[in-house]
Design a protein around this ligand. Structure first.
Ligand code: C2G
Length: 129
């Protein structure tokens, strides 16, 4: 089976996330998702609304997702690629080029983001500035 890997915070889960995961899953047979831990989000400078356990549970409930695990730092991707025998690494194209070094280990694919939706825009709808 062809294994696909992606990572994300997946805070306030929305259609942009769903469409990314659906397309990523279409690139193979099993989709593995590293969901950013709360501590890693602090390192990324992202303030999360929803705690890791809930974000991970939502992603794990998706039909297209085979396995969810925590992403704790920037350094674990090669290890994850090896552990899960990954064939394709996928990210939205806001990351275009940033993970090309992983081409030494697997295919690297950047998919177009879904326009007009983001966690930040959802927050702004709740609390207009
Ligand atoms: N995404 C998308 N369209 C949007 C918003 C997000 O396609 N409108 C994609 C992003 O490109 C990413 C995934 O959905 O591939 C998850 O987005 P985030 O939760 O914002 O992920 P991020 O914080 O960028 O974490 O080590 C990698 C990082 O953990 C990625």
């Amino acid at each position: 089976p062809k294994n696909v890997l992606t990572y994300g915070t997946y805070d306030l889960f929305h259609v942009g996330h769903a469409r990314l995961l659906e397309r990523a899953s279409g690139l193979g047979d099993r989709l593995f998702v590293g969901v950013s831990s709360d501590s890693f989000n602090a390192i990324k400078g992202k303030e999360c609304v929803i705690p890791y356990d809930d974000r991970a549970e939502i992603v794990a409930a998706l039909r297209h997702v085979h396995h969810v695990f925590p992403e704790n730092d920037w350094e674990q991707k090669v290890e994850d690629i090896q552990r899960y025998n990954i064939d394709v690494f996928v990210m939205g194209d806001d990351w275009a080029g940033k993970f090309d070094h992983l081409k030494a280990h697997c295919e690297v694919v950047y998919l177009p983001r879904t326009e007009g939706i983001s966690t930040t825009s959802l927050k702004d709808r709740l609390y207009p500035l």
